[in-house]
Design a protein around this ligand. Structure first.
Ligand code: MN
Length: 265
């Protein structure tokens, strides 16, 4: 397969290099990634300044590698729109340094790179290592080969991608895989006020993770119990179950509007 690899930790991060080198043993791998860390930039696009692209050498196995002064979403867009010779068969984003569980997927640049691929109609997955230590990408990189095979054999529905988290494991074997839903994992934010050298106050966002999750069906608990977690997610944010409820609110509020399709028949 022709696989595009991106991330949000930057092209020099050990996670993306482990992923690219592992995939390149069996596939044609092109890397297009931010030139610096762009974690937690979500789905931001660069519209008000030029995008600059630099070739990077990631070794003989990797077909091509480019660093971009943009966000993860920029990287996937420019890779497909300008840099790659042909459409990739698959986009893999990662391996992120740190988990992307629960609400993390909203902020994650790693997930956004994969989301951008699904918007462009390309099968994709985001891969994260659930530790902030820089050791142990090998097990996740090895698992990425199996994941690529699975996504080569089966077609994801439109707009759906896989969010994959791998627990910290320094050596093999690859842990068991649990298919999950997103769990409840948030941050208790705190803004620490400090003084700059000119005596003015500035703030630094900090805080701690709050995990109120006990269900074994969730990504949060799967990682806690040592499983690889795969959550199918989608970017159609419509909450279908609420459409009828909000329509009834509209009608009771006396707001003007058409009859629903079922009422019309
Ligand atoms: Mn990151």
């Amino acid at each position: 397969m022709r696989i595009l690899v991106s991330n949000d930790d930057g092209i020099l991060a050990p996670g993306i290099q482990a992923l690219a080198r592992s995939l390149a043993t069996r596939h044609e791998v092109h890397v297009v990634a931010p030139d610096r860390e762009r974690s937690a930039t979500g789905h931001a696009l660069t519209l008000h300044k030029p995008l600059r692209v630099e070739k990077v050498d990631l070794g003989d196995l990797v077909a091509s590698a480019h660093a971009v002064n943009g966000t993860p979403s920029d990287c996937v867009k420019i890779a497909v729109g300008a840099l790659l010779p042909d459409m990739p068969d698959l986009v893999l984003s990662g391996i992120n340094r740190g988990p992307n569980l629960g609400t993390d997927v909203i902020y994650s640049g790693t997930v956004s790179a994969a989301l951008e691929a699904t918007i462009l109609g390309i099968p994709a997955a985001a891969l994260s290592l659930a530790t902030f230590s820089d050791i142990g990408y090998e097990v996740a990189a090895e698992f990425a080969l199996d994941l690529a095979d699975m996504l080569g054999d089966h077609r994801l529905p439109p707009k759906v991608l896989l969010n994959v988290n791998v627990p910290r494991r320094e050596t093999g074997p690859v842990p068991d895989v649990r298919i999950t839903r997103l769990g409840d994992r948030r941050y208790h934010d705190s803004f620490e006020p400090r003084l700059d050298p000119r005596g003015r106050t500035y703030y630094w966002l900090a805080g701690e993770v709050v995990e109120n999750e006990e269900s074994p069906e969730t990504d949060v608990v799967a990682i806690r119990e040592g499983f690889i977690s795969i959550t199918p997610i989608h970017h159609d944010m419509t909450h279908h179950a609420s459409i009828a409820m909000v329509r009834s609110w509209r009608d009771r509020a006396g707001l003007p509007g058409e009859l629903s399709p079922t009422e019309r028949n």
